[in-house]
Write a protein that binds this ligand. Structure first.
Ligand code: ZN
Length: 128
């Protein structure tokens, strides 16, 4: 039984698409979901207090039988982080870099969730 760790937005629209995509593309049986409002913006930001709480949860998740993979997710039409898609993309890259620096033994994968004709579509945009 293998877990993967995911840093996702709290938005209910993107939970199932992200979990399904991870399970289809990686050997994860379960996805530990750590959420915040606009997670990509939180991770790319400068507030160390936010980062501390998230890291604590990451470490709990990594203690389980874990593939040692941490996903970082941003999505289109994010109310918690209302920036344009290009800015989301940039923030996901920054967030992946930051998490990699803090937990270097894990593989960090950045995912972008777009909305195409009312369907949420997940794609990998970066990997560290
Ligand atoms: Zn969101």
């Amino acid at each position: 039984m293998e877990f993967a760790t995911c840093l996702n937005c709290m938005d209910g629209r993107v939970q199932l698409p992200v979990i399904s995509w991870i399970k289809e593309n990686y050997a994860a049986d379960y996805v530990d979901m750590i959420t915040d409002a606009g997670m990509d913006g939180v991770l790319a930001g400068e507030n160390y207090k936010d980062m501390e709480g998230i890291l604590k949860k990451i470490d709990i998740s990594l203690k389980k039988p874990n593939l040692n993979i941490i996903f970082v997710v941003g999505h289109h039409d994010c109310v918690g982080n209302p920036v344009d898609d290009e800015t989301h993309n940039r923030q996901i890259h920054i967030a992946v870099e930051k998490v990699k620096n803090l937990r270097s033994s894990a593989q960090i994968i950045g995912l972008w969730v777009s909305n195409i004709s009312n369907e949420w579509k997940v794609e990998k945009i970066t990997e560290k």
